[in-house]
Design a protein around this ligand. Sequence first.
Ligand code: C5P
Length: 285
Amino acid sequence: MKKLCLRSPAKLNLALDVLAKRSDGYHELKTVFERIDLCDRITLWPRADGLVKVICSHPQVPKGPANLAAKAAMLLKQDLNLAQGLNIHIEKKIPVAAGLAGGSSNAATVLLGLNRLWKLRLSQKQLRDYAGRLGSDVTFFIYDVSYAVGEGRGEKIRPLPIPTKLWHLLVTPRVKMLTKDVFGRLNLDLTNKMDSVNILLPYLRKSVPSAIGPKLANGLEPAILSLRPDFARLKKKMSDAGACGVCFSGSGPSVFALARSKQHAGQMKARLDRRFAQVKIVSTL
Ligand code: C5P
């Protein structure tokens, strides 16, 4: 039986501006995505009964139709009128509901994988359209790029041909934060109107971490801190450990510290490992 094994990477947001609230309830964003080497492993193989099943040992990952990877397969089945059944095994390494887009990445990986497994010959444009229907962060993962600007809900992607390789220390507190709750806490009147994406980009191109660090910014930070004021201490501890810059990813709670090098990331890890759970060294993929 043919099995397809695929890597499903996480992302960080190096800059994120919230521009406006839209009439559909979403927010208009501008963000810089970075693909990182923290990856789930997804295995796809056929099943004879025509159903779509998710197999995953992680307690927080939904196994039924609510799983975004299952939704991706069902969307293709329904839209293209396909009878095939599918098993989706997810080996979870990306923390769940953590601002790292693990579920979105899994959905994009299933779209890309089924295009091969089921020989669908979908164009990249068609894959992007399906991705956009599944969630705001899914489209970025259809592109095979390290960096991109995301606009609209986050689904309008402009790949950035930047060769910079960054090293980070990623800390993910073990708390559940729902994206919609964080957006619900936003007060756009009080939100910083800086164009942090365009401020960051020239520094990202020059590839000097000490210059990039101070330009990392996330417009959702006030909303995240209003839900969890204690995270300000976590950010401070990471700064004090010598980071070039510290920033939340997406709607949190993951926080990343930008390091000067792999070795520097290792030094920060040695200082923070004892204090926090889920501390990982990650780099650009
Ligand atoms: O698109 P996704 O399912 O990832 O979004 C989850 C929730 O986050 C949305 O229901 C919405 O409340 C909020 N959101 C938003 N604006 C965005 C992206 C997400 O308000 N651009």
